[in-house]
Design a protein around this ligand. Structure first.
Ligand SMILES: CC(C)(COP(=O)(O)OP(=O)(O)OC[C@H]1O[C@@H](n2cnc3c(N)ncnc32)[C@H](O)[C@@H]1OP(=O)(O)O)[C@@H](O)C(=O)NCCC(=O)NCCS
Length: 130
């Protein structure tokens, strides 16, 4: 059984392990401990999924809770993918935000066809610096 949490702290080691077990580590700075610590400690909203005491999913966001929420990292362990955990993590993230708050993200190539299924619209004028 999977349990979800919005207030449960995770360690940098748990976060790195999940990035690796989900494959998202290929696109995240898992060898830069200082940056990973900032990602874990500086997040405004971290929704997590647990099987017993094992972290199997995370939605890590930076947000003001009212206007915009950047969903930076959505990851589900490969052993637990396609069971609805990613969908639930996004639902629980949205439940923490005001109704008008926009959820914004950059999709990994492998997830390009995932987000439209969950109701996301591609934005034609997104820009990134750095
Ligand atoms: C992308 C990811 C978060 C999806 O999580 P998940 O728990 O496996 O997804 P869900 O089970 O909630 O899937 C919801 C729906 O999307 C579909 N889906 C899942 N992964 C998909 C993918 N990569 N591409 C297209 N559709 C996908 C599911 O079949 C499901 O459809 P259904 O509701 O009709 O059954 C997960 O596969 C993952 O961690 N991938 C590696 C890291 C990554 O790419 N993260 C995204 C970074 S932007």
């Amino acid at each position: 059984m999977i349990e979800y949490a919005t207030q449960r702290a995770i360690t940098t080691e748990q976060f790195i392990q999940l990035l690796k077990s989900s494959t998202l580590a290929e696109r995240r700075p898992v060898d830069d401990q200082a940056c990973i610590e900032k990602m874990v400690n500086g997040a405004d909203l971290m929704v997590t999924a647990w099987q017993a005491d094992v972290l199997v999913g995370v939605a890590r966001s930076v947000t003001d809770f009212g206007y915009c929420c950047y969903l930076s990292d959505l990851a589900v362990a490969q052993s637990h993918q396609r069971q609805g955990i990613g969908r639930r993590l996004i639902e629980l993230t949205r439940a923490q935000l005001d109704a008008e708050c926009k959820l914004i993200l950059l999709s990994a190539p492998a997830a390009q066809s995932y987000y439209p299924q969950l109701g996301f619209c591609r934005h034609p004028s997104a820009w990134v610096m750095g």
